[in-house]
Design a binder for this molecule. Structure first.
Ligand code: FE2
Length: 339
């Protein structure tokens, strides 16, 4: 497989069409029998084109590429030369285990837990511009990664719930999360406060929170309750596209464990409640727009996190899907635009 071999695409079952774009875009190896050592220079050669395609279409599924291991996945990302956003530096509330510097388990939540649609880390001031998933072992049953075009969701919501979208755009959001004293792998949001904030003491945690603009409260059982600064609910992702870039679906319907009550997890930045009907519509339309990535071992998916939401279906058996974050970005919401 020569580095200058052309990029080849192919349709896939249930592929969606939105305007001029398809979802997901599928990239296949131009030479199926090529070895992994031939893939890397090819990826490096096509890097700009691939990143552009991921932004135009929202997601790329790399199929039939010889990517045999986590280390190979790491090298694949390296070949795309995207700046790494280490899990340790993120404010993600999921428990994860690093395997290489760039690659970690997607989420350690138990198999029966469904992870609802979200933009990675839209509930924090720091988020990855792009994320990648790699499948080493596909589950016996279930375990697909549902993905959804957030720009299409925004347009559909604007038409069906204009007041809700107006409130989202003018009032922004704050998220409240109670974090445990020690990692709780039984919860999809069980990362301890010390791990989340990279802090060895309460004092360090407070200094980090202060810097990030959070408010906080220590609870009697060693847990930390923290509330974000105001964050946007809608992003101008490109000149033409706005996206429903927030964590309303996951927080409103899913942030539930021994410590967290979803009804307390999210508010508009002026303290008002989220419109329940709007949140329900968002969930319903996102499910309608879902494409469930049917994992095969060796698959890689590259997602533009500003354009596309993802989740995880529940599963049975062993499932090994790994993730990597790239291109750290920041977001803030200006209170002057509060309506
Ligand atoms: Fe995620």
């Amino acid at each position: 497989m020569a580095a200058d071999s052309k990029l080849q695409t192919a349709p896939i079952e249930n592929q969606q069409h939105h305007g001029d774009s398809v979802f997901p875009y599928v990239v296949k190896s131009p030479v199926p029998e090529a070895g992994f050592d031939q893939v890397l220079p090819w990826v490096a050669e096509h890097r700009d084109e691939l990143l552009q395609l991921s932004t135009i279409h929202g997601a790329i599924l790399f199929r039939d590429m010889p990517i045999p291991s986590i280390e190979a996945f790491d090298a694949f990302i390296e070949a795309l030369s995207m700046p790494n956003f280490p899990y340790l530096e993120s404010l993600s509330n999921a428990v994860r285990v690093n395997h290489t510097e760039r690659v970690f388990t997607a989420n350690e939540a138990p198999p029966d837990v469904q992870i609802l649609f979200h933009h990675e880390m839209a509930q924090t001031p720091l988020f990855p511009g792009r994320i990648l998933f790699y499948c080493e072992v596909a589950a016996d049953e279930g375990g697909a990664t549902p993905i959804c075009r957030s720009d299409v969701l925004y347009e559909r919501l604007k038409a069906s719930c204009p007041q809700f979208i107006k409130a989202c755009e003018t009032k922004g959001l704050t998220y409240t999360n109670v974090m445990p004293d020690a990692d709780d792998p039984g919860s999809g949001m069980g990362r301890s406060w010390s791990s989340t904030l990279g802090a060895n003491s309460r004092q360090q945690a407070e200094s980090q929170l202060h810097q990030l603009g959070y408010s906080w409260e220590w609870l009697g059982d060693g847990c930390l309750k923290m509330t974000t600064p105001p964050l946007p609910a809608v992003m101008q992702a490109t000149r033409q596209r706005k996206t429903f870039f927030n964590q309303i679906i996951a927080a409103y319907f899913g942030w539930k464990d021994d410590r967290n009550d979803p009804s307390q997890a999210i508010r508009h930045a002026d303290g008002s409640k989220i419109d329940a009907e709007g949140a329900q519509q968002a969930m319903r339309i996102a499910e309608e727009l879902e494409y469930a990535v049917p994992w095969q071992p060796g698959d890689v998916v590259l997602i533009d996190n500003t354009m596309v939401m993802h989740g995880r279906h529940s599963f049975q058996g062993t499932r090994k899907v790994y993730a990597s974050l790239a291109d750290k970005r920041t977001q803030s919401f200006s209170s002057s635009s509060l309506g």
